[in-house]
Design a protein around this ligand. Structure first.
Ligand SMILES: Cc1cc2nc3c(=O)[nH]c(=O)nc-3n(C[C@H](O)[C@H](O)[C@H](O)COP(=O)(O)OP(=O)(O)OC[C@H]3O[C@@H](n4cnc5c(N)ncnc54)[C@H](O)[C@@H]3O)c2cc1C
Length: 382
């Protein structure tokens, strides 16, 4: 394939028309085209009198040699994870957030059939528990905005951006598309899925895992671990809907994918002698403002394009090493209560795929280091 880059688009036209603009600009005969697709789409709003989309198109051509001005697209080698370990017992994954679900997909692709334990509900039932909390204030401490199938980001913006540069990023995006995410996440500069789409995608991932031999135990919490000679023997689980139901699952391998908020499980692991380390994190508040003001500030008023709700990112790095920055901006989203523990307040932002709400919000955070806490305990709370 060859790549046509830097296609500037100043008005709302269809993908087909953009393709024709690209052909014309590069003097490509349409009869030579075998196939094409958009490979990148971003907005350039640096100059308010010149706001435009910037596209790249990958194109397969007969007589490729005729078009020497175009660059060849390197074949992308999808990274493979090969698991060479032998398992005497089925491996157990604790947690059905993105970490746990992607671990399960990877095991299955290597012919291994994991058991997945999740304290929360399947995502459809979890949605009802979240609605019940938001509408009536009834918090289910096991299944809420942070806990349950799909994990902490399910009721969020579904942002898929990251600062790391790894071939696995593309693999993650492709996996989401295979399970029903909009194809545009493969090429837009700042892709997001939206809560409304995520719920269906998570359900599709679960169905794939079950169809291929994986087993889910929902409403089931790992409460203890049996360890002999420094090796895991079994996991003790409790049904959260009936605390008298206790099960023991024998296994010799556990993948802990419990996220960052499962304080009771971290305490249990610490008591059992697992090594826990303190790490940096960030803490802050949510701010909310009119989306229209952000659009105005980012895009100006001259452009004729119907652009998507605008985003922003602000950062201040003080010479003392402390930074303050905005994070997880939700264009056209809502601020919502996101507690997972009783008598605590947690707020987050959430958007639908369309991001068509009146307001925008974002987190304003400051970084916190282990030195900000008294003592050395990895479980210190203040
Ligand atoms: C409110 C919020 C919004 C976010 N929005 C975004 C976003 O838009 N984009 C983005 O990239 N990131 C977002 N993030 C960050 C992202 O959600 C996390 O990085 C990601 O969820 C971490 O995945 P994980 O699988 O490691 O853990 P988690 O998603 O936290 O999943 C852990 C799972 O383990 C389960 N669990 C824990 N302990 C036990 C136990 N003992 N027994 C059984 N089950 C257990 C929990 O119930 C939970 O479902 C958001 C995070 C939060 C908190």
């Amino acid at each position: 394939m060859l790549r046509i880059s830097n296609i500037k688009i100043f008005e709302d036209i269809s993908d087909e028309e953009i393709f024709l603009v690209a052909l014309k600009k590069n003097k490509i005969n349409q009869k030579d085209v075998i196939s094409w697709h958009i490979s990148k789409k971003s907005i350039d709003a640096r100059k308010k009198d010149n706001v435009h989309y910037n596209y790249s198109i990958d194109i397969e051509l007969k007589n490729e040699d005729k078009y020497k001005n175009l660059t060849k697209v390197k074949d992308f080698d999808f990274p493979k994870i090969e698991i060479n370990a032998t398992f005497n017992k089925r491996p157990v994954i604790i947690g059905a957030g993105p970490g746990g679900l992607f671990a399960a997909i990877t095991l299955i692709q290597n012919g291994i059939k994991p058991i997945i334990i999740e304290q929360g509900q399947p995502v459809e039932e979890r949605k009802q528990s979240v609605d019940n909390f938001l509408n009536n204030g009834n918090l289910n401490v096991f299944s809420n905005v942070q806990f349950g199938e799909g994990g902490a980001g399910t009721f969020s913006d579904g942002k898929l951006t990251t600062g790391i540069n790894s071939p696995f990023c593309k693999k993650v995006l492709e996996t989401f598309v295979n399970f029903g995410a909009p194809k545009q996440i493969l090429y837009i500069a700042k892709p997001h899925i939206g809560t409304d789409n995520l719920i269906h995608i998570i359900k599709n991932i679960r169905e794939y895992i079950i169809k291929n031999g994986g087993t889910f135990y929902f409403n089931t919490k790992a409460i203890d671990f049996k360890i002999e000679n420094n090796k895991v023997k079994s996991i003790i689980c409790q049904k959260v809907t009936d605390s008298s139901v206790i099960n023991e699952i024998e296994t010799d391998s556990i993948i802990l994918a419990i996220g960052h908020s499962s304080r009771d499980t971290f305490t249990k692991l610490y008591e059992k002698g697992f090594l826990l380390e303190r790490k940096n994190f960030s803490v802050g508040v949510r701010i909310e403002h009119l989306q229209e003001q952000i659009n105005h500030s980012q895009y100006g008023t001259i452009t004729k394009l119907h652009l998507p709700p605008a985003e922003y990112k602000l950062a201040y790095h003080s010479p003392t090493g402390r930074s303050c920055y905005t994070f997880c901006m939700c264009p056209g989203g809502v601020v919502m209560a996101s507690s997972s523990e009783k008598n605590t307040i947690v707020t987050n932002g959430m958007s639908k795929f369309s991001r068509n709400g009146k307001n925008a919000n974002s987190a304003v955070l400051v970084n916190v280091t282990p030195d900000d806490f008294e003592g050395n305990s990895p479980l210190a709370r203040y």
